[in-house]
Design a protein around this ligand. Structure first.
Ligand code: 1HE
Length: 262
């Protein structure tokens, strides 16, 4: 039985978690299917959206499967999450998460490795691992701390704090909030915008920014210059610059209240 569905729509891979009866909790087989969908998207899509069927995005790790695992099986499981997630986070195409309902435990870890997160007003965010006697295993200690900071994640894990969508925005977890049911459409619009970028620019944005942020100041600037010089040699860059100079480029979408004030 398939717990992941895949559809290529106008060059955007739409990858859906389709296990709503279990609130899209991620089983071992579902993770493998997710990896297959991610590999297919890498071959044929310009951007991708991750979203969930039913009332929730994802309730995290399938706890039923986890019950009888040994420590070594637990390590294997965690490393399997890391392997799939790394193909999303440091692949070649940008991922947009469209979130609603529970974005919990491994569900928040999955959302946190997407490049842009959109949530509707029903979304809530939690890390109940402490409550369950376990720890994050899908890269959350590295990725969620980078987004919200160690202190906030520690609070969520120790106390079981549940964030509303507004709090998640304050924490930097989401950067767009929509009305109920509109997160997918918003994510799709954003993915279409990103899909128009030069593939090498998208690759650099996804792969270089976090690495530069993690490196020293001097190394970061050096690395930036190398990437800048590499991207500007592509035909897409030459076409993009010429389009602007010929006044044929799409105008920046300046918010109405800022028009004419700069
Ligand atoms: C599950 C899971 C799951 C639901 N594993 N089966 N994640 C959690 O600790 C979150 C656990 N889930 C919940 O807190 C709630 O299910 C929700 C708030 C997400 C949704 O509540 P609700 O009332 O809509 O659903 P429910 O009645 O709690 O669950 C419906 C069914 O889904 C039920 O199964 P059923 O056979 O009795 O119908 C639940 O058992 C099942 N279900 N969530 C397995 N997570 C890489 S390491 C990551 C570590 C973690 O992710 S730890 C955090 C796990």
């Amino acid at each position: 039985m398939s717990d992941i569905s895949y559809e290529l729509k106008q060059g955007i891979a739409c990858i859906k978690l389709t296990r709503p009866k279990k609130r899209n909790a991620m089983s071992d087989s579902m993770l493998i299917e997710l990896g297959e969908a991610v590999d297919r998207a890498a071959k044929e899509a310009k951007a991708a959206i991750l979203f969930g069927e039913g009332d929730h995005f994802c309730a995290g790790l399938d706890l039923a499967e986890h019950l009888d695992k040994t420590a070594l099986q637990g390590i294997d499981g965690s490393r399997a999450w890391h392997a799939v997630f790394s193909r999303i986070q440091r692949g070649a195409i940008p991922y947009f998460a469209a979130l609603h309902g529970a974005v919990v435990g491994g569900g928040l870890e999955l959302a946190s490795i997407c490049h842009v997160r959109v949530a509707d007003e029903t979304a809530f965010f939690a890390l109940p691992e402490g409550r369950r006697g376990i720890f994050v295993g899908g890269g959350g200690s590295v990725n969620i701390t980078r987004i919200m900071g160690v202190a906030r994640m520690t609070d969520m894990m120790l106390t079981g704090r549940v964030l509303s969508v507004q709090e998640a925005e304050d924490y930097g977890v989401v950067t767009y909030i929509t009305e109920e049911g509109d997160a997918f459409d918003k994510a799709f619009t954003l993915a279409q915008k990103a899909a128009k970028n030069a593939p090498l620019s998208n690759y650099a944005i996804i792969n270089a920014l976090q690495r530069i942020h993690d490196s020293g100041y001097d190394e970061g600037l050096f690395f930036e210059s190398m990437i800048a010089s590499l991207t500007q040699t592509t035909p897409e860059a030459k076409a993009g610059l010429k389009e602007f100079l010929d006044k044929k480029a799409e105008r920046l979408a300046i918010p109405d209240d800022k028009q004419g004030k700069s």
